[in-house]
Design a protein around this ligand. Structure first.
Ligand code: ZN
Length: 381
């Protein structure tokens, strides 16, 4: 047999296995007949794949399904403790860590604060040691460590996985990923916080069946993650979605990036100097200034989003980050500005919603869940 034919067969085998693994993960508990229906593969192929997955402890039996005719069918279940997935989210003042099972259920989490004066690799070293403690604590669930997803609130250069810059603390070209690779001998996948959050929403949030989605993280700044045609869109260098510095008003306030009237200077919490939670509490108590500040942010969010909707035509826009605390005070003015500025036919088919993942673990939830999802996705390849 030619080596090309052998290679093709091996590739096909791997693809079939990936389809079964995904079908199991997505639809557990499921029968063999259900798997055949979902994957389009024949029962013999499925039986062979299931046998090898059972040997790997990836699949377990879970009761049976009594059909209207014939004998009961055994149900198969993806073993949720098949392995551990770690997520690391690098922010300007702290680094969040979490370890989950393959369903992104958080089993352990921690937070590593740091100061701008601390050498970056000393900080990364502390993060690695903290993660080792977490892995030891999670041994009771599984000893199979599947990988680390690293998200960063800064720019990440994709070609060499270099943390390009966190301007606020003067980290430039820090080899975080390279350092972690030397310390942990598992797959390590990096992406921006907003791309991670978009992925988290796609697998575990409100964007599950949506192929074109814009995720907007709005807090003390604005970041974006794009899902286009069912795939994460990064652009050539990986900097796509860095939309906080889109110009909204050329005569607007000065931004630290050097330009004037950047979107995040006008549509995030920056101009107020307060958190969205503080503003919302004040607004709920009838504070007119807070209500006006939130309305202005909502309007400015709508103005920028209207441009993006006209360019990208997404089905869904998810607002995540600290802004979820602002509730109706931002959402209502944002939607009414959109209604004024987007072509009615398009606006009727576009949803704008807050992230539902944000409330579970605090504001970092979608991005850390997304970082973990990067590891879970490896199972389907
Ligand atoms: Zn700017």
């Amino acid at each position: 047999m030619s080596s090309k034919l052998v290679a093709n067969q091996a590739l096909m085998k791997q693809q079939n296995r990936a389809r079964v693994v995904y079908a199991l993960w997505k639809n557990s508990p499921i029968s063999r007949t259900g798997l055949a229906k979902f994957t389009g593969l024949n029962k013999a192929t499925i039986t062979n794949i299931i046998l090898s997955l059972q040997e790997e402890n990836m699949v377990v039996h879970k009761g049976s399904l009594q059909g209207s005719v014939g004998r009961a069918q055994k149900l198969l279940m993806f073993n949720e403790n098949y392995g551990l997935c770690a997520g690391i989210m690098i922010r300007a003042k702290n680094i969040n860590l979490a370890i989950s099972n393959v369903r992104a259920k958080i089993l352990w989490s921690s937070d590593v604060p740091f100061s701008a004066e601390e050498p970056p690799l000393d900080v990364v070293d502390r993060v690695a040691s903290t993660l080792e403690e977490g892995l030891a604590a999670c041994k009771q669930y599984s000893e199979n460590f599947l990988g680390i997803g690293v998200g960063t609130a800064s720019l990440l250069r994709h070609e060499d996985d270099m943390l390009y810059a966190i301007h606020s603390i003067d980290w430039h070209n820090v080899p975080v990923i390279q350092y972690l690779r030397q310390r942990f001998h598992v797959p390590i996948i990096a992406d921006t916080a907003s791309n991670c959050a978009a992925l988290g929403e796609k697998y575990f949030g409100i964007a599950e069946n949506v192929s074109d989605m814009l995720y907007l993280s709005v807090g003390y700044g604005i970041g974006g993650g794009l899902f286009l045609g069912g795939k994460l869109y990064r652009g050539k260098e990986g900097f796509a979605g860095d939309i906080g510095h889109m110009t909204l008003d050329p005569n607007g306030p000065q931004c630290p990036c050097g330009k004037r009237g950047c979107w995040e200077m006008m549509a995030s919490a920056i101009p107020t100097g307060k958190s969205f939670l503080e503003l919302r509490q004040a607004a709920d108590e009838g504070d007119g200034t807070a209500i006006a500040e939130l309305a202005k942010i909502g309007n400015n969010l709508g103005k920028g989003l209207a441009n993006l909707i006209n360019v990208l035509n997404p089905q869904l826009i998810v607002l995540g980050g600290d802004v979820v605390h602002a509730g109706k005070w931002v959402m209502t003015p944002c939607r009414s500005t959109l209604q004024e500025r987007v072509w009615p036919w398009v606006w009727e088919r576009t949803r704008v919603e807050y992230s539902g993942l944000s409330s579970e673990l605090g504001v970092s939830t979608p991005s850390i869940i997304g970082a973990i999802t990067k590891v879970i996705e490896l199972l389907f390849q």
